[in-house]
Design a protein. Sequence first.
Length: 308
Amino acid sequence: MHEEPLPPLADGEVLVRNHLLSLDPYMRSRMDEQGSYAEAQELGEVMMGGTAGVVVESRNPRFKVGDPVIAQFGWQLFGLSDGKRVRKVDTSVAPLSAYLGVLGMPGVTAWYGLKTICRPRAGQTLVVSAAAGAVGSVVAQLARLAGARVVGVAGGAAKCSYLINQLGLDAAVDYKCGQLEGVLADATPDGIDCLFENVGGAVFDASLGRMNQDGRVAVCGLVAGYNDHPIPLFNVRAILNRRLTLQGFIVSDHMEQWGAALAELTGLVKTGVLKYRETVISGLANAPAAFMALLAGHNLGKQLVALT
Ligand SMILES: NC(=O)c1ccc[n+]([C@@H]2O[C@H](COP(=O)([O-])OP(=O)(O)OC[C@H]3O[C@@H](n4cnc5c(N)ncnc54)[C@H](OP(=O)(O)O)[C@@H]3O)[C@@H](O)[C@H]2O)c1
């Protein structure tokens, strides 16, 4: 932990007290020297991360004290900015925390991958992995709204029960049950038309093996491999034999779609149609432990750190 006095504000600057820090699996990839699709985290710099907070001082006409905002201030209690990458949010629609999850980057990720790559049609079967997490739980609900039969894959009975009883999914598969392929086959009697892949490895492989002709696969994340575990695929023939379309995507490449995504997600949250959960741990000092817990699947919904 490193402490330093807050600097005085220059003209045009805004000072934000961060209330919440978002923990996201992508942070793990950036801790590797070679980075991932984005640059590696520099040693000696503040660890990167999305934050939600409140303006406490402003010399920028766009912001006043008390404005709730989200930004990328990283793992720290305050953020100082010229205001360029700081966005005001409306806490009368949803609490500040939602803007780091369902109404933030994870929500847009779900929306984009589902609407542009998976494109489920009514009656089709969609499988989503890490289904009880921040991205997966939004994918599952949007796919249900599109009329698909939705099967969520998650670790453990509690998460599977949440998927069925709270989110209304058609089936849930506990990939830790020891008979993944058999249970997935039972849950997808008509095969899989759309796969939203968040995990990689055995879960991805089992799903590929059940894809139907002309199926669509959105490769969103490979969290099973982020800690350098191998994530081999064996059912590769399915890609050819069943004429599958696989597309990887990175949500920040599609900023032009964020407005439409957030407008739809906000409407669904406002009306209570789109449900979300958060796992919140207190204190910046506990962020590393919470981050490792996230990668071990101890979170339900969006993993956050409360900083106040
Ligand atoms: N492409 C993009 O632009 C983009 C943007 C955001 C997120 N993502 C990706 O989307 C995925 C989900 O992100 P998120 O923020 O919503 O995280 P999350 O799902 O809330 O949390 C990660 C979850 O991954 C599961 N998991 C971890 N290790 C696993 C393993 N070995 N096998 C199976 N499941 C495992 C755990 O759930 P269980 O308890 O069910 O195992 C854990 O709760 C990640 O891969 C992330 O990198 C991609």
